[in-house]
Design a protein around this ligand. Structure first.
Ligand SMILES: [Zn+2]
Length: 286
């Protein structure tokens, strides 16, 4: 049975606020079996059907080493009312800031994704500063892949929250999104979000193995830390789609209180819902 457009829109929205998945790819390597990583790719039809199934209106689609900014631009251009494109550069390479401007002006990409762990740079490297300046001028949010990677050569030192602390302080006009809550340095990452007005975190991926209940426990625990630090309002929903699908991840988020052993340790339901919509407002196009 098909749902009407009106019904679909009321599923997406609470009042005028759209629900958003702020962390998606078109194609990615999936590492749930570390010895045998697999590549998962999706078509536009599959992508939109998965968003609809989860009651999510908009999604951020990220460029990366596998999917070029041109490919992201072409993909989101087919559904501009639903999809928001992010480009990609290695910011310590020569000419990176010009490339950022090109991706904004010629490819209409709204934000930027940087990969310090897999590209092997420190985020406070001065060679990256021109990229931060360009993104600030253009109003482009910059998302850092801010987590460990399973490959032995992707060094953890490149995802040190102390380095983000310096960038957020030096570029107060830059909107910084830390993907994956900084896993495994979640507490320090939340503290960086507490210190800086311009830092948000997405909850994508580390809790993505929804087939094991302990991941829901970990998400509850980390969101409780965020609540305690006063930064729950800076947590935004993301999945790392198509590695993690939206419907089970929304269900996981909304059910975390089952691990609260005492009523005082419950996270208010409206604060959980806000992760899906209200919190992300400052990070969306006008
Ligand atoms: Zn990702």
């Amino acid at each position: 049975m098909s749902t009407s457009l009106l019904e679909r829109e009321s599923n997406w929205r609470r009042g005028s606020i759209p629900r958003v998945d702020y962390h998606c790819h078109i194609s990615m390597t999936e590492y749930s079996d570390i010895e045998h990583p697999t590549v998962v790719s999706v078509t536009l039809e599959e992508f939109l059907a998965d968003l609809d199934e989860a009651g999510i209106e908009k999604a951020v689609v990220l460029a990366d080493g596998r999917t070029t900014p041109e490919q992201v631009s072409a993909f989101v251009g087919q559904a501009p009312e639903r999809l928001i494109g992010f480009g990609y550069v290695n910011p310590v390479e020569q000419g990176a800031s010009d490339e950022v401007r090109r991706q904004r002006n010629e490819l209409s990409l709204f934000g930027l994704k940087l990969y310090p762990t897999s590209d092997g740079f420190r985020v406070n490297d001065e060679r990256a500063f021109e990229v931060y300046e360009a993104a600030t001028d253009l109003g482009m949010p910059v998302m850092f892949h801010h987590a460990g990677m399973p490959s032995p050569g992707d060094l953890l030192r490149h995802s040190d929250p102390a380095l983000i602390d310096e960038v957020a302080h030096s570029f107060p006009g830059l909107k910084v999104v830390l993907a994956h809550l900084g896993y495994p340095r979640v507490d320090e990452t939340l503290y960086v979000a507490r210190k800086h007005r311009n830092v948000w975190c997405d909850v994508s991926w580390p809790y993505g193995d929804v087939n094991h209940p302990s991941y829901a426990y970990m998400l509850w625990r980390d969101l409780l830390t965020a609540l305690n630090l006063g930064v729950l309002n800076k947590m935004v929903f993301g999945t790392d789609y198509p590695g993690v699908r939206q419907r089970p991840y929304v269900d996981l988020l909304m059910s975390v209180n089952r691990y609260a052993p005492h009523p005082d340790l419950r996270i208010p339901e409206e604060r959980l819902t806000a992760i899906l919509d209200e919190n992300v407002k400052p990070l969306l196009p006008d």
